[in-house]
Ligand binder design. Structure first.
Ligand SMILES: *Cc1c(COP(=O)(O)O)cnc(C)c1O
Length: 380
């Protein structure tokens, strides 16, 4: 129960166990092409998806480095550790940046963003949909509306959202969206996935300088993606064939369930975890439920309960949770519930947490969280 890598379905694991086929094989071209078309459905865009070998961080880098040039100014909206990672990447590539950073557990207000936008023109504005360190989710739709008033490109880190939270890339005015394979898509780590809008592709075309990263250059990958979508193989760098076949399977599972239904399931599971945390006399880190993600729950620990102790006790009961990140290390425990998570996972996790908290001497009404959860899960 960590926010990635998550459990994989048997169908995905079977696919991964097959012998690798040639990246030039027509059969692979068909699989890759279908995966690209299905990614378009998942991101709800007519833009261009790219799938390359790498992790979410490479997808992040690829999203920035193609559309922003050295010396150009960007606005970074950070709600935690992953928002701050934008800062490091921007500094590394020599971008000028302004940073709006929320207090931990909160998100930056639209007014603050609007004020900054009045002061300056930005080449791009970037935000994390769900920051995996704080469990805070931002309103991408509202932000997109605001950013549309300017010429800035809107870049969204959806690594902890895709496959669990809604993403309507075109309708919400998002120009670049990216994710990794090991979170809501339910395959192992290893794929960096991005999608670029028409405007983002134009920004690449109008560059005055070459993309400073060879592997990340979408100019080199675009003909490859287009060829595969046309059912033809084309080589630039060897694609992670087995992983792409597994991605194909996981996208079919996702679309079989349906995006609306999948988001609804995550919402109910998210609500169940938040109610359960409170029933165990604990609090969540996000300031209110409106900005709390449905893909993970970040528990703000009281004095006297240390994250590593709590997780060790939970682990003895067969459930693996994640620790706090950055400034929140030691003070928060994170429950990931993204991907294939179901009611059984919720019961098992809450049961293990109740047991662990009793062992650690935390005061709460034993059994109440399980009762709360069993009611909530009737909605599933
Ligand atoms: C996991 C994560 C990343 C980084 O992905 P890696 O696959 O670990 O490189 C970036 N942003 C968010 C929001 C994440 O959850």
């Amino acid at each position: 129960m960590i926010p990635g890598p998550v459990e994989n379905s048997p169908e995905v694991l079977m696919e991964l166990g097959k012998p690798p086929i040639s990246h030039m094989d027509p059969q692979f071209a068909e699989i890759f092409g279908e995966a690209l078309r299905n990614l378009r459905k998942v991101f709800q865009t007519t833009g261009q998806p790219f799938v390359v070998a790498g992790s979410g961080t490479l997808a992040m880098e690829m999203s920035l480095v193609n559309v922003i040039e050295k010396g150009e100014r960007v606005l970074i909206i950070s709600n935690g550790v992953f928002g701050d990672r934008f800062v490091d990447i921007c500094a590394r590539y020599g971008y000028e940046y302004d940073l709006l950073r929320a207090t931990l557990g909160d998100c930056v207000s639209l007014d603050e963003i609007s004020e900054k936008m009045d002061e300056r023109d930005y080449k791009a504005i970037m935000v994390t949909h769900v920051d995996t360190s704080t469990g805070v989710r931002v309103d991408v739709e509202a932000m997109g509306k605001l950013i549309k008033k300017s010429n800035a490109l809107f870049i969204v880190d959806d690594v902890c959202g895709t496959g669990g939270e809604m993403m309507k890339m075109d309708e919400w005015n998002v120009d670049v969206v990216f994710t990794g394979s090991q979170k809501g898509l339910g395959i192992p780590p290893g794929l960096a996935i991005t999608a670029f809008s028409e405007r983002a592709l134009e920004a690449w075309e109008k560059r005055k300088t070459p993309v400073p990263s060879y592997y990340c250059d979408i100019g080199l990958w675009k003909p490859v993606m287009e060829a595969y979508e046309n059912g033809e193989a084309k080589y630039f760098a060897t694609p992670a064939t087995n992983m792409i076949c597994a991605l194909g399977v996981s996208l079919k599972i996702l679309l079989r369930e349906g995006i609306e239904e999948r988001v609804r399931r995550h919402r109910i599971v998210g609500e169940a975890f938040r109610e359960a945390v409170r029933a165990m006399n604990l609090n969540i880190l996000p300031k209110n439920d409106e900005i709390a993600a449905n893909t993970l729950t970040v528990i703000s620990l009281p004095n006297g309960i240390e994250d590593s102790m709590l997780r060790a006790e939970v682990r003895k009961r067969g459930v693996v949770l994640a620790g706090g990140l950055g400034e929140l290390a030691g003070k928060t425990t994170r429950i990931g519930h993204i991907g294939l998570v179901d009611g059984n996972d919720v019961f098992a996790t809450i049961g293990a947490l109740e047991g662990a908290l009793q062992t650690l001497g935390h005061e709460f009404e034993v059994g109440k969280a399980l009762e709360v959860v069993s009611k909530k899960l009737l909605e599933l």
